[in-house]
Design a protein around this ligand. Structure first.
Ligand code: F6R
Length: 589
């Protein structure tokens, strides 16, 4: 949704906030703003990307060593300068940046207006500084006023709050991510770790209802539900700042696609005991649901085919947003496996909540340790792909697949065999992400760049790949792409095929004959056939060679299409890292 960062310490605030904003831009990029404190507030905010706003307002000349910043993905109120954060109270004593949604803001706003407060924006956020102002007017000190204001909010928030008259930074969360960073030269609070990773790897994950007070001398955390000071442990992350930088790549998307050569290996290095524990839970469960959204859902679809084949295990795959409608099936013997890169997707967290309400067990597959999902699950497995900055899931999708493959083999006591299969993919992925493959795929992108529609077909595991491939193409190139199970075409969709309609066909040894016969049906109606296949075939107008990898096909077959989606975006003059209307973690329902 949005990204927030704040700092208090010895260092100049301006470069910390400016860099932080750039690193958080993947979370929201329609407007941005900062507030620093040095003999009063210095506020700069506007619409546009961080660099564009910086050109106009120069974030780097903001004074002081204490401040907060925000990148916005608009929910309440249009994309305007007034709606950009930070927001302030009437007297401009309190400045707030916020990620999340205040569900009762209309009621709170009406009440504050009746008390004489003047609002400048259409946002839900603006009620927060006014609420604090109101409480302080009634005699509360800044801390108590903030605590009372936060207690009156319904919905979700991660907020950073400054008071013009006190050298303190408040950081509080409920339902939206917020992590603290501890360094020798100061303290950070941000939506995620890459925002301050160049300064420290020591982090504190805040819990819901935590209110942290950051001063020059340290951090104190209070829990608003427990009404007392609480201890939160300091963790050290193994992420490297280079993982959060583009390096020699033009875009994070291409960098992250290329990283898959390593991330698949990392995903397969799991704690065997933990895997065995998860396997036991799966074997003992009466009913298993795999739940996710977007690409994570597609990983679940692929997993259901692999588990059917390798482990002979029945699993139900459900979109996270649809999961509440299945709650009638849930019992204390049900196992829900929730899959989420960010661990913050609201639909997934909601699904977990309904599972927990029925006392079902929850195991999650996540990339962000310390996220809400890791904390609400009974057990979590870390896919360990490192920070994914591009809005699109690429390396995290294949790491989710790798973990599912490992689990499928472990279920039939073949953990080592599963691991070996993944290890062997190194060479294949190295080739698939090489400059040679990229050049070849660019040729195809040139042919497809002006098309309005692309269809994709596959059967079995390849159908899951077709779904994920269609999502990649449409979300980054804005070309309409749609996936079908090969056998479904003749039940209606084939009517859409015209002369030159591109169709990507995912072929595996297992169902080569059937899928090629579907491809012929398309070809004979004028379709342009792109084969993603181990072998060339006369019906292909364009051939993308991929190795036959059986159950690992979903990993190797998606990579060329991730590259195709990237090339299409670049050729169409689009920014692959920041597709329009999308946000990296979707923390609203
Ligand atoms: C697609 C994409 C989204 C996410 C979805 C779930 O490229 O990134 O479809 O997969 O929003 O996100 P997570 O996995 O964080 O729950």
């Amino acid at each position: 949704m949005c990204g927030i960062i704040g700092y208090i310490g010895k260092k100049d605030i301006a470069p910390i906030l400016f860099q932080g904003l750039k690193r958080l831009e993947y979370r929201g990029y329609d407007s941005a703003g900062i507030a620093t404190l040095a003999s009063g507030f210095h506020i700069k905010k506007d619409v546009g990307k961080v660099d564009e706003i910086h050109q106009r307002l120069n974030f780097l000349d903001a004074p002081g060593t204490l401040g907060i910043a925000h990148t916005r993905w608009a929910t309440h109120g249009g994309v305007t300068k007034e709606n950009a954060h930070p927001h302030v109270d009437c007297e401009e004593n309190i400045a707030v940046v916020h990620n999340g949604i205040i569900e009762n803001y209309q009621e709170l706003k009406r009440n504050l207006i009746s008390l004489g407060h003047k609002f400048k924006s259409q946002t839900d956020t603006e009620v927060i500084p006014h609420l604090i102002e109101e409480m302080m007017k009634k005699g509360k000190n800044f801390t108590d006023a903030t605590a009372s204001a936060l207690k009156s909010l319904e919905g979700s928030y991660a907020v950073l709050i400054l008071n013009k008259n006190e050298r303190k930074l408040f950081a509080a969360r409920k339902g939206s991510p917020l992590v603290l960073g501890i360094s020798d030269s100061g303290y950070f609070a941000a939506s995620d770790i890459p925002a301050f990773l160049e300064y420290t790897k020591n982090v504190v994950y805040l819990h819901d209802y935590d209110l942290a007070v950051l001063t020059d001398n340290g951090i104190k955390v209070f829990n608003l539900m427990e009404n007392r000071e609480v201890e939160r442990k300091v963790d050290t992350v193994n992420w490297d700042i280079r993982q959060a930088e583009k390096g020699e790549f033009d875009h994070f998307m291409l960098k992250e696609i290329s990283e898959q050569v390593d991330t698949i290996q990392r995903a397969s290095q799991q704690n065997k005991e933990l895997i065995n524990h998860v396997v036991e839970e799966m074997k003992n469960a009466h009913g298993i649901f795999l739940v996710g959204a977007g690409s994570s859902y597609h990983a679940c679809v692929a997993a259901s085919y692999i588990m059917s084949k390798v482990s002979k295990l029945h699993v139900n795959v459900v979109l996270a947003s649809e999961f509440p409608y299945y709650e009638h099936y849930l019992t204390d013997k049900t196992l829900v496996i929730a899959v989420s890169q960010s661990g913050e997707t609201a639909d997934v967290l909601e699904a977990v909540k309904s599972a927990k309400a029925k006392k079902s067990k929850v195991i999650s597959l996540v990339n962000v340790v310390g996220s809400s999902l890791t904390r609400t699950s009974d057990v979590f497995l870390n896919i360990n792909a490192g920070p994914e900055i591009c809005v699109l899931s690429t390396k995290t999708y294949t790491s989710q697949l790798a973990l599912f493959i490992l689990l499928s083999y472990a279920l039939v006591n073949k953990y080592e065999e599963g691991k070996k299969k993944l290890t062997r993919l190194w060479n294949e992925i190295y080739h698939l992400t090489s400059a040679t493959t990229r050049t070849k795929i660019k040729e195809l992108a040139e042919k497809l760049r002006d098309k309005e529609h692309i269809f994709l077909i596959g059967r079995g595991l390849q159908y899951a790949t077709a779904m994920e491939a269609a999502l990649k193409i449409k979300e980054v190139s804005y070309i309409h792409a749609e996936a079908f199970a090969g056998g479904e075409l003749k039940h209606g969709t084939i009517a859409l095929i015209e002369d030159g309609t591109p169709c990507i066909v995912f072929v595996s040894e297992e169902n080569e004959k059937e899928i090629l016969s579907n491809a012929i049906e398309i070809k004979s109606r004028g379709g342009y056939i792109i084969g993603v296949s181990p072998k060339n075939n006369e019906i292909f107008d364009f051939w993308i060679k991929v190795p036959e990898s059986n159950n690992e096909n979903p990993i190797v077959q998606i990579i060329p299409i991730q590259i195709l989606a990237y090339q299409l975006a670049v050729l169409r003059g689009l920014d692959p890292d920041h597709p329009r209307n999308l946000a990296k973690s979707v923390t609203v329902k």
